[in-house]
Unconditional design. Structure first.
Length: 330
């Protein structure tokens, strides 16, 4: 299987690395030639343009920072649509707008090819080890064809339904992570203001009902002071803006979401769009004059779990609700 990968940024580069590490034939393409060269030196092929990749690969993957970037790569000059056809799958791994994904997928399918959206969730450190989770929106037939590759890219793979469903669920999970990040920032600053040791505070949250994935990852780099989770405020603003747009389209009168959008708009105005997202805590640090750091925490997150073979997660029903069911691949 020949795989083309377009977009070698923070997440895309790590996903492409899993493909290469597991011995697959890989061609890469990115605006940053240095990123491309890193993969070429490890045995990947140099892609010429998206259309050429689509015409020569069994699966062509895009992992890009915005809906506009996805559109340009798919339907722009020398884009994927110029080369894709029967026997090829376009896999969209970006966090993007569901309606835009459907629109582009319709054009891909009209050319006789297949389309799947498969955004990931779980952090860059899990993308690096192939242990990240993947949501997949497409027909069941396309999902079955793509599943062997998806289980190389990630550990838990969930078929979410038709094209568009995965994009919506990905935005929902990013919204929840953002709400958790903001509440953790408030909790840590309040603990410090109340005179509670921050190492003790971290452990109290970790072993309690207040624990979460976000706490076990982002709280650590907050307390280290690096604040480096490989995610920036402009990307948070994009994701929570997409979530708000979904709610607005379905007349859901949200209350927390508008506040989160306002908080990040203010933080971007203060600190810039490329500020690391955990530095949302800086708003409170500046307001209180407190320094929210503690010894012993890492500057970045590393996945300490060994890489494992991926599997499909089948939604539970009835009495089995809450249990994760594995479906063997191959």
């Amino acid at each position: 299987m020949h795989i083309g990968f377009i977009g070698l940024g923070n997440v895309g580069g790590k996903l492409a690395g899993s493909i290469l590490r597991n011995g697959h034939d890989l061609s890469v393409l990115d605006l940053d030639r240095n990123l491309m060269q890193n993969f070429i030196s490890q045995g990947a092929h140099r892609g010429e343009n998206p259309g050429r990749l689509a015409s020569s690969c069994d699966i062509v993957i895009t992992c890009l920072p915005s809906p506009a970037a996805c559109s340009a790569v798919v339907e722009g000059p020398e884009g994927i649509l110029e080369g894709i056809g029967p026997g090829t799958i376009w896999a969209e791994m970006s966090t993007t707008d569901a309606s835009e994904t459907r629109r582009l997928a319709d054009q891909v399918i009209a050319r006789g090819a297949e389309a799947i959206e498969c955004p990931v969730s779980g952090g860059c450190h899990r993308a690096a080890t192939g242990n990240i989770s993947i949501f997949a929106g497409c027909t069941r037939e396309t999902f079955e064809k793509a599943l062997p590759l998806l289980t190389v890219l990630g550990r838990r793979v969930l078929h979410t339904g038709d094209i568009g469903s995965a994009s919506i669920l990905k935005v929902v999970t990013n919204y929840l992570a953002t709400a958790n990040l903001v509440s953790l920032a408030e909790a840590l600053v309040t603990c410090k203001a109340a005179g509670i040791d921050l190492n003790t505070s971290y452990e109290a949250i970790r072993i309690s009902s207040g624990n979460s994935f976000v706490h076990e990852t982002e709280s650590q780099v907050i307390l280290n002071g690096s604040r480096d989770i490989s995610f920036t405020m402009d990307l948070v603003a994009k994701d929570i803006g997409l979530f708000q747009a979904i709610a607005d389209a379905h007349n859901v009168p949200l209350e927390v979401s508008p506040l989160l959008n306002s908080l990040f708009a203010d933080a971007i105005e203060r600190f810039g769009p490329r500020e690391l997202s955990p530095n949302i805590i800086r708003r409170l640090e500046e307001a209180t004059g407190l320094n929210i750091q503690a010894p012993g925490f890492p500057p970045e997150m590393l996945d300490d779990e060994p890489e494992e073979a991926g599997y499909e997660v089948v939604p539970s029903r009835g009495a089995q609700f809450g249990q994760s069911i594995r479906k063997a691949v191959g």
